[in-house]
Design a protein around this ligand. Structure first.
Ligand code: PLP
Length: 400
């Protein structure tokens, strides 16, 4: 193969996919794989969903892009739909998860400025992941991702996850805080789950302090955990909610939703983007939401996710080297006691697409359409891969 002209930002596995159907992918050599990654929690409808494919084909033939200088009816419809599902008031559409978080950060700062707070500060979490733009990288809690890109942006205070007391303490002494930004399930950070009581407590703190509760549902939203949005497990509603990934079924779209006072912060000229919410991507989002609703995929994700969790727990019970199995719905992680990046290669060899995050956590985020039988197949491929890896990978590499 000739030298690549791509910047060296990735080290891709030597597999190129040619087509997909449902929860399955075929590579250019015709080999078939079961997909437990879904383009990193993006392809909720799986591949080649007929209703989705038809809708975006027809829209592409009609009109792909105009500009936010004009009314975009498709964008209005997508906003109305996503806001009604999320119990939010309004939405700003952009193109990625990082941009939806950028919007949230800017919104929180402006909210602070409008209330006379000059050094608006946002509380963020250890192990958080909000993106790779400079602002979102600064909010992200990964030193590995940040290294070399200093100076990072100020205006963030970091606290341990699931520790409401640490936040209360900051609130006592710091009058610049305007918002808390967190994930309900830390996908990139290692599939850590926020406690229900903790989330309720954060809602109460934000109400009392008039801070914005900003819940990043970029990875956990759009049905993945068995609720439309993962925070709904705690019965709370955020003030600001960044979304992306599953919203467009692979067509790049992000959205920042807001409610109450947060929904009134931006005025024309405060924020914008050329591509955000164009006719094609808006139809992709609207159709995704309608298909998920019509096919009952939220409940389905909760049900088959439960089966996946139970089967993994049963099959891996007592296996030395398996430290924990956690997550919710179809957003699960299997934590091993050693770095396990090689699981990805071994999985591909065995016909399974999976991924490893935070060095030691096998992340399973299959398409929401995966069937019960396919979930069982997933387990029957993955468990031997994990067992053979643990038997062969040097135990010396096992840290802590
Ligand atoms: N927020 C969360 C919770 C994410 O998981 C991600 C990506 O993994 C992002 C933000 C950034 O999204 P993107 O890669 O689309 O910029």
């Amino acid at each position: 193969m000739s030298a690549s002209h791509l910047m060296h930002t990735y080290a891709p596995n030597p597999v190129a996919f040619a087509r997909g159907e449902g929860a399955w992918l075929w590579d250019v050599n015709g080999k078939k794989y079961l997909d437990a990654l879904a383009g990193i929690a993006v392809n909720g409808l799986g591949y080649a969903h007929p209703v989705f494919t038809k809708a975006i084909n027809e829209q592409a033939a009609r009109l792909i892009h105009t500009s936010n200088h004009f009314v975009v009816p498709e964008q209005e419809r997508a906003a109305a739909k996503v806001c009604s599902l999320a119990n939010m008031d309004n939405a700003f559409f952009c193109n990625s998860g990082a941009e939806s978080n950028e919007c949230a950060i800017k919104l929180a700062r402006l909210y602070g400025h409008q209330r006379g707070i000059e050094n608006a500060t946002i509380i963020v979490m250890e192990k958080a992941w909000h993106g790779r733009t400079l602002a979102t990288l600064s909010a992200t809690g990964s030193r590995k991702a940040q290294a070399g890109f200093e100076p990072l942006m100020g205006g963030f205070l970091r606290v341990p996850y699931n520790d409401a007391a640490a936040i209360e303490k900051i609130g006592e002494s710091n009058s610049s805080v305007v918002a808390i930004l967190l994930e309900v399930l830390q996908g990139e950070g290692g599939l850590y789950v926020a406690d229900t009581d903790y989330l309720k407590k954060l809602r109460e703190i934000c109400d009392r302090k008039e801070w914005l509760l900003m819940i990043d549902e970029v990875q956990s939203g759009i049905g993945r955990t068995g609720k439309w949005f993962a925070h709904q497990w705690a019965g709370i509603v955020p003030d600001v909610m960044p979304l992306a990934k599953g919203l467009g079924s692979g067509v790049p779209i992000g959205a920042c939703l807001a409610r109450g006072a947060a929904a009134k912060v931006f005025k024309p000229g405060n924020h914008g983007t050329t591509f955000g919410g164009g006719p094609l991507v808006s139809v992709a989002a609207l159709t995704t939401l309608e298909v998920i609703e019509r096919e009952g995929l939220v409940e389905h994700a909760g049900r088959v996710g439960g089966i996946l969790m139970e089967s993994l727990k049963r099959e891996l019970h007592g296996v030395a080297g398996v430290k924990d199995i956690r997550g919710r719905g179809l957003m699960l992680g299997v934590e091993l006691d050693r770095p396990c990046g090689d699981i990805v290669r071994r999985g591909l060899e065995a016909g399974l697409v999976a991924n490893v995050t935070a060095d030691k956590v096998i992340r399973l985020v299959p398409p929401l359409v995966i069937s019960e039988a396919e979930v069982k197949q997933l387990v029957s491929i993955l468990v031997p891969v994990i067992k053979s890896f643990l038997a062969e990978a040097p135990a010396a590499a096992a840290a802590d």
